[in-house]
Design a protein around this ligand. Structure first.
Ligand SMILES: [Zn+2]
Length: 424
């Protein structure tokens, strides 16, 4: 009796404080599963959305593993289910918390490494993952050093009040434009830093901005991104408050208004794929929407950087049907993949989101193509390579940036040729 009273009081206190409860990283395991039949894969997938399960890599390809993070409380039970159903698996991280702490230490060490000569004197030198304020100073540095081609645009304000910046790199003429964003998913640290690398290289390559304008948004979800540094490394969503729930945030990449909530999205505020109470409920997704609509006539290609898994994906995410211009989307993606591979041999898998990964409605790439009118629209899943997938080692920032920039050259030349003025 007394026990339940104590519990009741504890619950009331938690509710009063609107306390957010997150799955504990202590003892959380990363499990790689080889589900080699449709039936086994469906059984594994049936745990999606169950509290304590976080599917960090899910694919429609039976030859590829599924990676899932499972809390200590659920791990023993889940592994017995796999065993009973003769599904192969291996535990590749025994305690995610330990790896997160190791990552922190590695970053501290990396931060103090001497920079490559080309980055010397910059406020950010690509030795470690930058916090939001470092990203902002870096953009300000670039705009100061390349004031003839680079301008900083304020495209909106995050839920917690951080400015969402876009940098424009342009020779000044009215050119077709390419839009790149990064970091809509907070924990995917490879994305913002790679977009900064792209900026760093673009300003040094006049041929690439002579006939194409570039807009780059390095951190579309700054609140979530900061939260991954300060509080919870595996945070994915925005940080908005949902009335009536102690769970915060919305999955920005389920919040766009095209077949919203049709598939692969959750209506539960505690889910990592919570689509929001309505399409465009989030100020961050509104910022991207408004920017695209305001520049609808000039933007000809859209790239959204995520991680991880080495995928170049194109619409649709809400259906397995392919867009009419799929051959063009595919051949341009293949050219980009060849360019990436030319540097260190890294290969990407190419296809429509639904067909190579999984169906998920409300993604930015679908909306940008379907409503925004930008026919060439891609989600790029950058490489992983750490312990639990999102922890790309800091030593890989520059190689990943460099190989990704090879694809940027391909995209830039393609848009210049296809949409450029006849003067070329
Ligand atoms: Zn993502």
């Amino acid at each position: 009796m007394r026990f339940s009273l104590v519990l009741l009081v504890a619950f009331a206190a938690a509710a009063a404080a609107n306390e957010e409860i997150l799955p504990s990283l202590r003892g959380m395991q990363a499990i790689r599963i080889m589900a080699d039949t449709e039936e086994k894969l469906n059984l594994v997938k049936s745990y999606e959305g169950v509290p304590g399960f976080d599917f960090i890599k899910l694919t429609a390809n039976l030859q590829e593993p599924v990676n899932v993070l499972v809390t200590a409380e659920q791990a023993t039970f889940f592994k017995s289910v796999l065993e009973r159903n003769e599904i192969d698996y291996n535990v590749y991280v025994n305690n995610v918390l330990e790896k997160v702490e190791e990552e922190k230490i590695a970053m501290e060490l990396a931060r103090n490494l001497p920079p490559l000569e080309k980055f010397a004197g910059r406020s950010f030198t690509f030795t470690s993952f930058p916090r939001y304020n470092v990203i902002v100073s870096y953009l300000q540095d670039i705009v100061k050093s390349y004031s003839n081609v680079a301008t900083l645009l304020d495209i909106g304000t995050s839920y917690e009040g951080r400015t969402i910046y876009a940098i424009k790199i342009s020779s000044g003429s009215n050119n077709p434009a390419i839009l790149i964003d990064a970091g809509i998913h907070a924990r995917e640290w490879a994305a913002p830093v790679t977009s900064l690398y792209v900026i760093n290289e673009l300003v040094e390559n006049p041929d690439l901005y002579a006939n194409v304008d570039w807009y780059i948004i390095p951190t579309l979800n700054p609140d979530g991104y900061e939260y991954t540094f300060t509080t919870y490394r595996l945070w994915r969503k925005t940080r908005s408050v949902t009335a009536g729930s102690t769970c915060l945030g919305v999955d920005g990449n389920r919040n766009f208004e095209l077949q919203w909530m049709l598939t692969g999205a959750s209506s539960s505020p505690c889910s990592d794929t919570y689509a929001g109470k309505a399409p465009f409920s989030e100020v961050e997704t509104q910022a991207l929407r408004n920017f695209v609509l305001a520049n609808k006539d000039s933007i000809k290609l859209y790239l959204t950087y995520h991680s991880y898994g080495n995928y170049i994906l194109y619409p649709w995410g809400y259906t397995s049907d392919l867009p009419d211009d799929e051959p063009e989307l595919r051949s341009l993606a293949e050219a980009a993949d060849d360019a990436i591979a030319s540097l260190y041999g890294t290969r990407y898998t190419i296809g429509s989101s639904t067909n190579v990964l999984y169906a998920a409605a409300g993604g930015s790439d679908d909306w940008v193509k379907g409503i925004g009118g930008v026919e060439l629209s891609y989600t790029i899943e950058l490489p992983g390579g750490g312990w639990f997938g999102f922890d790309l080692p800091a030593s890989r920032i520059i190689p990943v940036g460099a190989e990704t920039f090879e694809s940027i050259k391909v995209f830039g030349k393609y848009i210049a040729q296809k949409f450029g003025s006849t003067r070329n």
